[in-house]
Design a protein around this ligand. Structure first.
Ligand SMILES: [Zn+2]
Length: 539
């Protein structure tokens, strides 16, 4: 296994105008035009991102927001003269978010930071209710004895965090002893809470989040008027916001500390009451589809370069870094390609995938429905996990991919490539984003990876994944990289081979065990297997 930092030799470097710091390794006019179009004043990244994140907002699968984003993409591609169509593969459960408004009204007034979870029913008008918290439960009998109390009440079922102060703040400012004590006490309290959740869910073991989904349904059946949940993302103001499991009553996510506040009041017999007004509408069964743009190849139309990023998002914020930035990266790359390389040698496809957040569903259906594209795939480049510049690309175990990338990168300005570590030959990942839908074929498919830990802590699936988090210098860099990589892969005289490395049969030791960049286990023993694609909410 070899890992290299890709650094270009200075030889052959062409002097650049003093105004801009770019360094062109060759005199390829397309690369120069792509840089000027993508990195300088004509970049459209900011304008496109502002419309998608601010005006359209989140793009939950099956929601009107997803449809609006697709209509917008179609109009943008049409205005650029790029063919675009919907790849309809099935159906999903339609749902439209309305307002969520929750106030603590006793023992004091506070407007709470509250967001209905995706696919939650509304509250059916304004309701007032006392809040009770899940008690410590040792047995099913404890649960049955407590259950009647939830009728007419709002029930807090998630673990209340003792501190919503970011861990980096504790680490920096607390004494080591108090930081350690806090961690130990927190861990013990969380274990106890999870035990109660498992008891209430009637299961031996499982995740807290899974147990909460079951418990919410049992409380709904017992007459609760609303469910409160929380899922802190271990950072200042960051909470993950996923989907509800209730069918009739509202499931509402509170921010880490607003949840902590109402739960502490309930646990200390201080009788918290809330007023809830939450609106939502189920819109029936709706079409599920990807948005696919195509620039036909002139010499090798049956060979393909695929740029991809999922268009859908979770619904707690704007989906700015998951995956608005990937969407804009590939959209802007399409504009750069159309402007500077309008007649590609191989066919270039830009895939805006649906339902990645529900299990790579859109891309998996595209793979299943387009064996021709899979057979002729030169390379797929996918981006998920948002902002910051691309800094890591794993060759996924394709034996000669490293040689192709090295050739392509030798033509790209080092201002872009110097930040990127190529992991050669790497190992196939075992999970992750839409590149897995093609990797399993196996077809050469790569993830353009940006900084992961910061993303995971603060913006991944959180209520603060918003426009302000986007770093536009990096988004322009990434769009220009995608355009250049697509151009170079399209022009490459050779196909990227499907020959793969022999996979280890035991987990590798040390840093290869889990990529420090993706926190993703490599596949051991067996190449990742393709799954039968899901085509509806119920199958
Ligand atoms: Zn994503």
């Amino acid at each position: 296994m070899k890992k290299i930092w890709f650094v270009l030799a200075a030889a052959g470097v062409v002097a650049a105008p003093a105004l801009h710091a770019q360094t062109f390794p060759t005199d390829d006019p397309v690369i120069r035009q792509m840089w000027q179009e993508g990195m300088e004043d004509r970049s459209q990244a900011y304008a496109l991102a502002q419309v998608l994140m601010d005006s359209i907002g989140p793009r939950l699968t099956g929601s009107p927001g997803y449809v609006r984003s697709a209509e917008w993409l179609e109009s943008v591609y049409a205005s650029w003269g790029i063919d675009v169509e919907r790849h309809e593969y099935g159906t999903w459960r339609g749902w439209e978010r309305g307002i969520t408004h929750v106030d603590l009204i006793q023992p004091r007034i506070r407007t709470l930071n509250a967001t209905m979870m995706a696919w939650s029913p509304g509250s059916g008008g304004v309701v007032e209710a006392e809040v009770v918290a899940l008690p410590t439960l040792e047995s099913e009998a404890d649960f049955e004895a407590w259950l009647p109390q939830v009728a007419g009440r709002a029930v807090a079922i998630s673990f209340p965090e003792p501190t919503c102060r970011a861990p980096e703040s504790w680490e920096e400012n607390a004494t080591p002893a108090s930081y350690q004590r806090m961690q130990e006490e927190r861990q013990a309290a969380e274990q106890s809470w999870t035990r109660s959740l498992l008891v209430a869910a009637g299961i031996e073991r499982g995740s807290a989040r899974g147990a909460e989904a079951t418990v919410a349904q049992r409380l709904e059946e017992a007459g609760a008027v609303a469910i409160f949940r929380a899922l802190w993302s271990d950072g200042w103001g960051a909470d993950k916001i996923f989907d509800a499991s209730t069918e009739e009553i509202a499931t509402i996510q509170l921010s880490c500390e607003d949840y902590g506040l109402v739960t502490r009041l309930a646990m200390n017999d201080q009788s918290p009451r809330v007023r809830i007004d939450a609106e939502a509408e189920f819109t029936g069964t709706v079409p599920a589809f990807n948005v696919i743009a195509t620039m036909p190849g002139t010499e090798l139309p049956d060979e393909y370069v695929l740029l991809g990023a999922h268009l859908d998002s979770w619904d707690g914020a704007s989906g700015a870094t998951d995956n608005g930035t990937g969407t804009i990266m590939m959209l802007e790359a399409a504009r750069l390609l159309k402007t500077t390389y309008p007649n590609p040698r191989r066919t270039i496809i830009i895939g805006h995938w649906d339902a990645e957040e529900r299990g790579l569903i859109g891309s998996n259906n595209f793979q299943a429905d387009h064996p021709d594209v899979m057979a002729g795939l030169q390379s797929a480049f996918n981006q998920d996990n948002g902002t910051w510049r691309v800094d890591y690309i794993r060759m996924m175990g394709f034996a000669d991919a490293g040689a192709h990338f090295a050739r392509w990168f030798s033509a790209i300005p080092p201002e872009i490539t110097q930040h990127i570590e190529l992991d050669i030959p790497g190992l196939p990942e075992s999970g992750g984003s839409d590149h897995m839908s093609f990797l399993c074929v196996p077809a050469p498919s790569f993830r353009f990876q940006s900084n992961y830990p910061d993303y995971r802590q603060y913006t991944w699936h959180t209520g603060i994944d918003t426009f302000d988090k986007i770093v536009f210098d990096d988004l322009r860099n990434n769009a220009t990289l995608a355009a250049m990589a697509a151009y170079l892969a399209s022009e490459d005289p050779e196909r990227v081979s499907r020959e793969t490395v022999v996979l280890p049969t035991t987990p590798p030791e040390g840093p290869m065990r889990v990529s420090r960049r993706t926190q993703n286990f490599p596949s051991i023993g067996q190449w990742p297997q393709c799954r039968t694609p899901r085509r509806s909410y119920n199958n």
